[in-house]
Design a protein around this ligand. Structure first.
Ligand SMILES: NC(=O)c1ccc[n+]([C@@H]2O[C@H](COP(=O)([O-])OP(=O)(O)OC[C@H]3O[C@@H](n4cnc5c(N)ncnc54)[C@H](O)[C@@H]3O)[C@@H](O)[C@H]2O)c1
Length: 296
């Protein structure tokens, strides 16, 4: 049974209907263009910024949807409407996201908000689309996480944790629904040349220092078109990790084989990124009254 399904879905994107969230900019926009180029039957471009979704959808003769991926009912309605009008969805690219800077001093609501976008949105998408894919001989989930999901994001607690969870969820989906014809890839880039810093609603974002100078840009900044090409290649080969920066695989091996050495290396990197201090953790430095009184 599983092998029959595998043959049926062997991921020829031609004539398949695709949905791309965060499709109004950056990686999502490039994915939309690449999918259209690859002969997708129809691409639905979903983005909280409806004007940008319209612009990109227009470029490929697709459909725009102005939705917030945190809204499970909206995702469910989008999946149902897409199937009704265009047919079963073959690929759902759950890609919307943004960045923040901040550690323990960040408020819970900011951490929760990022959790909703980087993790729950993937849950909402899978819950809506997987049953429909199973009923139609399988389909593909492409979830955007980040290299931070395999390693870490210096200076952002919320980004590190939510992107790790996004990778964990993708792994779980790839194991749990494989026999039903569901295939999963998770995109884990370092820096990609997009407008993510400008699009992220965070005054502290200058702490990322721009894509080139920041930690994510140390191995180079990849163009979104190249990221999209690599995603389609990985989908064609049913490869789980999409790593536009191949170094990330080596870092993940080093992390897994000697975690203490890896942590020490990351601490050195953090210090090198902030040569004149303060370090990100210093935002939570104790007040003088919280320190013990000097002896005597
Ligand atoms: N650019 C990078 O360096 C980089 C690196 C690693 C991972 N990523 C990830 O790639 C994904 C795409 O980012 P990008 O770089 O293309 O950024 P981008 O800002 O160019 O595009 C992200 C899009 O997502 C949309 N979006 C944000 N929140 C949304 C929500 N709640 N509902 C619907 N749409 C929403 C934005 O409006 C925007 O159009 C994100 O998940 C990001 O974390 C980016």
């Amino acid at each position: 049974m599983a092998s029959t399904i595998a043959i049926l879905i062997s991921m020829d994107l031609e004539q398949r209907v695709a949905v791309v969230t965060g499709g109004g900019s950056g990686i999502g926009e490039a994915l939309t263009l690449a999918l259209a180029d690859a002969g997708a039957a129809h691409v639905v471009v979903a983005d909280i910024d409806e004007d940008q979704a319209q612009r990109v959808a227009k470029a490929v003769g697709g459909t725009a949807a102005g939705i917030d991926v945190r809204d499970e009912a909206a995702i469910g309605a989008l999946v149902a409407a897409t199937q009704d009008v265009h047919g079963p969805i073959g690929l759902f690219a759950s890609n919307a996201g943004y960045v923040t800077a901040g550690g323990l001093e960040d408020g819970n609501e900011r951490i929760q908000a990022m959790w909703e976008v980087h993790v729950m949105a993937h849950v909402h998408a899978a819950r809506a689309v997987v049953p429909q894919m199973i009923a139609n001989d399988g389909g593909y989930l492409l979830n955007t996480a980040s290299a931070a999901g395999l390693l870490t994001q210096i200076g952002s607690l919320a980004y590190s944790v939510t992107k790790h969870a996004a990778v964990a969820l993708a792994e779980w989906l790839a194991i749990t629904h494989y026999h039903q014809g569901i295939r999963v890839s998770v995109l884990c880039p370092q820096a990609v040349r997009t407008n993510i810093l400008e699009n992220s609603p965070d005054a502290a974002i200058s702490e990322w220092d721009g894509l080139d100078a920041g930690v994510a840009g140390r191995d180079g900044v990849v163009e979104p078109g190249e990221v999209a090409r690599l995603c389609l290649e990985a989908i064609g080969e049913e490869r789980f990790w999409v790593l536009p920066h191949p170094e990330v695989a080596d870092y993940a091996v080093r992390k897994a084989t000697d975690i203490d050495r890896w942590l020490a290396g990351m601490r050195r990197l953090q210090s090198a990124l902030h040569p004149d201090g303060p370090l990100p953790g210093d935002a939570i430095a104790p007040e003088p009254w919280q320190r013990p009184a000097p002896p005597g």
